[in-house]
Design a binder for this molecule. Structure first.
Ligand code: GDP
Length: 620
């Protein structure tokens, strides 16, 4: 059975929205006979022709009593597919739907009265439509029966005039109408079958138009591949990037690009339940296993190498605002696109529109429900498609639903330059290849001391070597970063990028950096590649505490001796990092070095073994 198609019906009050929904339910056989009898009888009691809008009265009663409405109750069947009508009675509800993604409609039907034409509320609904992401918009020019001389040229003229106005209003906000159909919701003309009363209309009836509006997932299959990584987990030796295919199709053997990092790898396997898959399409959840050890993280976007998404740090969004406090220039918000979640600074508020008036909001007007155009600058690069839907959060609370509008991709004008000196030539000149020894471990474990001594020792022996203290980066290249988890992680990424360049230049690069998160170290490994060697500098917590206290006393003899104060005083070594000791260093590839407390230890990576003694001497 195919998936339900979701339809949103909207239009100016009294243009016949409810009647059209009731008529659709009736003409597609969704109403039980008893319900039809009830509708006919109650219409007659009121001296009316059958009022199909009464079909929705039960729902209206529930709404009046503020009982939660299960919108999936309003549905009908066409062919083998179920069509669910998403009810969006007012503009607040509409925006709320947009926020929660409930507006992910496959099609929208905009009802416009043939006599009254496009009115203010119609325009507002059209504007709201432009904020949603509806694939097919159908305009139903209703009450065509009421147009005098419907059969004649006047009927056709009236239809053409209203259709033209609706099309223009839609196009003004960037929405194109898939089809425009003259209907009579009351009498059923062109709803489920072609009407002989409109000989001048040669298109299909409304139900056919709805049936031909390919549900989003089917049309999404023809779009470029996009999988937002939900989680990365280990299965034995295997790293699996799990996510749901948003669009396109993924197959074993495909060359994928992981954005924003830009790394590429082939799909070696597709883990799925209950059995592995050879390919997967929209809506399907898969676990991607790559043929090479590339770094993938939650929030990354997987795409085919040939059609990657833009990677941006600067973008404009259109945001429906739900908070009382409007967006402010300079404030930092969170921008969330699926599982991607980055901090973004508002660099400009480009404009604001009140969807009720389609004008700029009056001074002092409530900000809830306003639509803002914002210029944002993200702290780290993010992979986003144009028009992608995002949420904006402030202090952890969602405050707006947004569309990515203008993207300013990174590196659009960058071209990698091919060196005329290669790595082999550099290694031949230096007598060794470049590499990165990544010393990780608790603050004050002795990483920098070891790095500096190894640097001196190697230098004296004629090696090209450089020791880079990761925290020292904070005073220069990373001085724009804060000490939040994100800021630390970004600092580690930058250190890794610098280390990679130094190693490429043929240098033995010693990095000393707390880097407690395994994910950050895995990313560093991904950036540097095969030249990366992780060394865990092992020293007990007590030893490190002692060293930190001594260091603090040296810097500020009057400093309070309690642990928490000390932890707070530690530079990068805050309490969080103390606790976040890397419990499982990468044992296979890394050496283990005993630091602060002394004693000898071994490491690997310069092509031969080395031993560090507690006096700091290195023997190769
Ligand atoms: P809504 O506010 O858009 O849901 O409008 P309703 O469906 O309640 O209809 C408003 C009025 O228009 C009612 O009195 C209906 O009987 C009438 N109406 C709806 N559809 C038609 C139609 O196709 N032809 C005519 N003549 N009247 C209609």
């Amino acid at each position: 059975m195919s998936r339900d198609a979701r339809i949103v019906v909207l239009g100016h009050v009294d243009h016949g929205k409810s009647t059209l929904i009731g008529r659709l339910l009736h003409d597609t056989g969704a109403l039980p006979p008893a319900r039809i009898e009830e509708i006919v009888a109650s219409s007659r009691r009121r001296g009316l022709a059958t009022e199909w809008s009464f079909a929705l009265d039960a729902l209206q009663d529930e709404r009046d009593q503020a009982v939660t409405i299960d919108t999936t109750r309003v549905w009908f069947r066409l062919g083998g597919r179920r069509y669910v009508i998403i009810d969006a009675p007012g503009h607040e509800e509409f925006l709320a739907n947009a926020m929660t993604g409930a507006s992910d409609a496959d099609a929208a039907v905009l009802v416009v009265d043939a006599e009254r034409g496009v009115e203010d509320q119609t325009r507002r609904h059209i504007y709201l439509l432009s904020l949603l992401d509806v694939a097919h918009v159908i305009v139903a020019v209703n009450k065509i029966d009421a147009v005098s001389e419907i059969r004649s040229g006047r009927g056709r003229e009236r239809f053409a005039a209203v259709a033209g106005a609706a099309r223009a209003a839609l196009e003004a906000v960037g929405v194109s109408a898939h089809a425009i159909v003259p209907v009579s919701a009351r009498d059923g003309d062109n709803v489920a079958s072609r009407s002989p009363r409109t000989p001048w209309y040669d298109g299909p009836p409304l139900t056919e138009l709805l049936a031909s509006a390919a549900p989003r997932r089917e049309s999404a299959a023809h779009e470029p591949l996009r999988i937002r990584v939900q989680d990365v987990y280990r299965r034995g030796d295997e790293r699996v990037a799990a996510g749901t295919v948003r669009s396109g199709r993924i197959r074993i053997g495909d060359e994928l690009r992981i954005s924003p990092s830009g790394k590429t790898a082939r799909v070696a396997a597709l883990r799925a339940w209950p059995r592995d898959a050879a390919s997967a399409g929209p809506g399907e959840a898969v676990g991607v296993v790559f043929d090479a050890p590339v770094y993938v993280d939650r929030g990354d976007l997987l795409a085919h190498e040939a059609s990657p998404p833009p990677v941006v740090r600067s973008l404009h969004v259109r945001a429906c605002w739900f908070d009382r406090d409007p967006p402010h220039v300079g404030e930092t918000l969170r921008l969330r696109a699926g599982t991607a979640d980055v901090s973004a600074r508002v660099t400009d508020v480009l404009g604001a529109t009140d969807p009720r008036t389609l004008e700029a909001p009056e001074h002092g007007a409530a900000t809830r429900g306003m639509v803002y155009a914002l210029a944002l600058q993200t702290t780290v690069p993010v992979a986003l498609d144009e028009d992608e839907r995002c949420a904006i959060a402030r202090r952890g609370v969602p405050v707006a639903a947004a569309h990515a509008l203008t993207l300013h991709p990174l590196g659009a004008n960058l071209f990698a330059v091919s060196h005329l000196v290669n790595a082999t030539a550099r290694a031949a000149r230096n007598g060794h290849a470049g590499l990165v020894l990544w010393l990780t471990g608790l603050p004050a474990a002795g990483k920098t001391t070891i790095a500096m001594r190894v640097e001196r020792e190697l230098f004296q022996r004629g090696y090209q070597v450089y020791a880079l203290d990761g925290d020292a980066m904070r005073t220069g290249l990373s001085n724009d970063l804060d000490f939040s988890a994100e800021g630390r992680s970004e600092n580690i990424r930058r250190v890794a990028e610098v280390a990679k360049l130094l190693a490429d230049a043929g240098t033995i690069t010693l990095i000393s950096l707390v880097s407690p998160a395994a994910a950050d170290r895995a990313r560093a490994r991904g950036i540097v590649g095969a030249a990366f060697h992780e060394v865990y500098v092992d020293a007990s917590l007590a030893t490190c505490e002692g060293s930190l206290q001594a260091r603090a006393r040296r810097r500020d003899p009057g400093l309070h001796r309690n642990r928490r104060a000390l932890r707070r005083s530690g530079r990068a070594g805050s309490g969080a990092e103390h606790r976040a000791q890397p419990r499982r260093p990468h044992r296979r590839r890394c050496g283990r070095v005993r630091g602060a407390g002394g004693a000898a230890a071994r490491g690997a990576g310069v092509g031969r073994r080395f031993v560090l003694t507690d006096s700091g001497g290195a023997i190769f």
